[in-house]
Design a protein around this ligand. Structure first.
Ligand SMILES: [Zn+2]
Length: 364
């Protein structure tokens, strides 16, 4: 599967859907974690970080917002079985029903588990932006098909000893793929028996819900990680659920809109918030990381603009011709520190971002 130029074999990002991950899945999880973790953000507001499913395959963070009458959940996550643990936990916290489940964007690590909430709370409303719902309707029901294709391609890579780009696999990579495939069974089984639940309410204007002494603002700050990323904001508690427009330590950048994303992050940073829940990773308590992601996007856009300005637009200069002049390595240390695997992942991401930026700027 390819989402806007992202192809199997060169991606280490395992969570768009398990499909693309086998070949590059890291030996140890780079993000996410080995155990489930719950963080209390305010009275009745909890963030759940899920444990990785298989070799770094992640579920998104889930945030639970409890009002006097109703409960609002941000991002159900990937596997319904994992969401059922969350639902059991929610029932310990409150006897109020989950009335709203917001999907921040269409990537299925954030919404495949909607099914579990629909089964447990049939009266719930599943919210997404108009654009996200379109993509959920398009890609959600075909998840199993892509997952199967991923298995086939990973197996073919093992059999041929070459990755999707024809590069020979190292023994280490082969071992990763073998281990990855060996643990696919339960995930495949669960996907096969899950009927995808898309959004039931699509919005194109920001709105506010009162859960009973608790206001949740549902917002679209602009395109970023996808065409339809939603955010949820608690103005009184000063908490924002950002979805994947910002991730920690790295932000998924294979599917986005780099130029607009810069402004979207500026708007996010302008919100009065002391806790920012990223789509993946721990809660952020200041805006440094938002600015860092924004600055990297801005650098990519500026550099590609500059290179195309010198050589003519995409009709005259291919990405291969200009890519030698583009360089995001000044950001490497700030995102990845001295972690070798994270650094390798950063390199893949930076290359993908530059390619995406070229597409966005040259093909308009
Ligand atoms: Zn995600």
């Amino acid at each position: 599967m390819t989402f806007r130029g992202r192809s199997l074999g060169n991606s280490l990002w395992p969570y768009l859907c398990v499909v693309t991950l086998g070949l590059g899945a890291p030996v140890r999880p780079l993000r996410g974690q080995s155990e489930r973790k719950v963080t209390k953000l305010a009275e009745g507001v909890y963030e759940i970080e899920h444990k990785n499913l298989n070799l770094g395959v992640q579920s998104s963070n889930t945030t639970v917002i409890i009002g006097d009458r109703q409960v609002f959940v941000v991002d159900a996550g990937f596997m319904p079985s994992v969401a059922r643990e969350d639902i059991a936990q929610i029932r310990q916290w409150t006897d109020k029903p989950v009335s709203f489940v917001l999907t921040t964007h269409f990537h299925n690590d954030h919404n495949f588990a909607n099914r579990a909430y629909m089964d447990a709370f049939p009266a719930a409303t599943f919210i997404a932006t108009v654009e996200a719902k379109k993509d959920m309707d398009r890609y959600g029901p075909t998840t199993e098909l892509r997952e199967k294709q991923s298995n086939i391609e990973n197996q073919q890579a093992l059999d041929s000893g070459k990755d999707g780009e024809g590069k020979p696999l190292t023994e280490e990579r082969k071992a990763r793929i073998r281990e990855y495939l060996a643990h696919r069974g339960p995930i495949m089984e669960e996907i096969a028996k899950t009927q995808f639940q898309s959004a039931t309410l699509a919005f194109d204007h920001d709105f506010s819900i009162d859960l009973g002494n608790r206001e949740v603002r549902v917002m679209f700050l602009g395109r970023g990680n996808t065409a339809g990323d939603a955010q949820a904001y608690l103005p009184k508690e000063r908490i924002v659920m950002a979805g994947d427009i910002v991730g920690y330590p790295l932000t998924y950048m294979y599917d986005g809109y780099p130029s607009e994303w810069i402004q979207t992050l500026d708007k996010l940073a302008q919100l009065d918030a002391t806790a920012i829940v990223p789509g993946h990773g721990p809660v952020l308590h200041d805006k440094t990381h938002i600015y860092l992601v924004r600055d990297m996007l801005k650098s990519a856009v500026d550099q590609v603009n500059d290179a195309l300005g010198k050589s003519g637009h995409g009709k005259f200069a291919s990405f291969d011709e200009i890519k030698g002049s583009l360089d995001l390595t000044p950001f490497r240390q700030r995102f990845a520190g001295n972690n070798k695997e994270l650094g390798a992942e950063f390199d893949n991401e930076a290359a993908a971002l530059l390619g995406l930026t070229y597409q966005e700027i040259s093909l308009r």
